[in-house]
Design a protein around this ligand. Sequence first.
Ligand SMILES: *Cc1c(COP(=O)(O)O)cnc(C)c1O
Length: 377
Amino acid sequence: MIPYGRHTIEQDEIDAVVEVLRSDWLTTGPMVEEFESALADYIGANNAVAVSSGTAALHAVMNVLKIGPGDEVIVPAITFAATANAVVYQGGSPVFADVDPDTLLIDANEVERLVTGNTRAVVAVDYAGQPCDYDSLRRITDKHDLRLVSDACHALGAKYRDAPVGLQADLTVFSFHPVKHITTGEGGAVVTDDKELANRLRRFRNHGITLDHRMRAEQCTWEYDISEIGYNYRITDFQCALGLRQLGKIQKNIKRRNEIARVYDDAFAELQGVEPLGKADDVTHAYHLYVLRVDGTSCSVDRDRLYHGLRARGVGVNVHYKPVYLHSFYRKHFNTTDGLCPNAEKAYDSIISLPMYHSMKDEEVRKVIESVRESIK
Ligand SMILES: *Cc1c(COP(=O)(O)O)cnc(C)c1O
């Protein structure tokens, strides 16, 4: 089975991890800072704070923005559930915005329509690896005095109008889960230019403690204070050693993903009934996912049959995502119902994610294309 996504681990990365395992610091040591500053440098941001997962990063963001009961945070209907879950962790209410039918990115007009007196923040999700329309979103968040957050878990290495993703929002979240562009096993980070927010993120990942273990050792004190509650969302040094090596290969990774996307685009342009998602001209797509839309009316298969046809041929396809508000938790606790976001629901019935990862071989790409052709015959 060709998987829809997978990690690549090379010998130099294994060596770097083993070196840390033999060192004095397994966690909260020098590798964490090294990885953080490499990530901040790569993006051109002032601060990066690494944590134990992308979900922890989202939770930390909602915490430092002081989201709480009664607060609304606008999120897109099509995203991984963690985007909305993080709002719920803080006792806030996610408000679901419909997506643009062509790109499946959050629709800025919908965002503006949903702003109320209780809205505190907007989370933009760079779905599939394509940056959102940040200029339009920023105009709205500025106008209504809201915070703009970017869930860029799909978009490390992407660019919006020549600027790396990570610079557009007040806080940007990345994930280092194995299906993402770079991996630390589990891991995530928040990037921000705001030093005070970065300090609060660092405390939140360590119980709310004002000085971490290493800082106390260096300052020769056992004293610390907790003024706000935090969690244990720390990442280990050996994970950061892996992340640092992986980050060094991101450019090659993004280039290969774009090559694969171009081969897919060309092949599917000639096929009736399937169509790739829309792409803006002024972005560099990071292609975490390659999503096809199936138009059941102009070819012999619908999405479900294409899914099973491809699986039967050894192609590990997937569907990203069911609109979050259709999950029973949200129906039960936030009274969401069918029909809330029509574009998202229509997309959910027709989309399929094809295999896309940077170590994918040309013959695997050809096999996927051939299998799509056969499945829709
Ligand atoms: C992967 C992902 C997350 C969560 O990241 P984890 O590291 O798996 O916790 C959040 N949002 C989106 C859009 C993601 O794709």
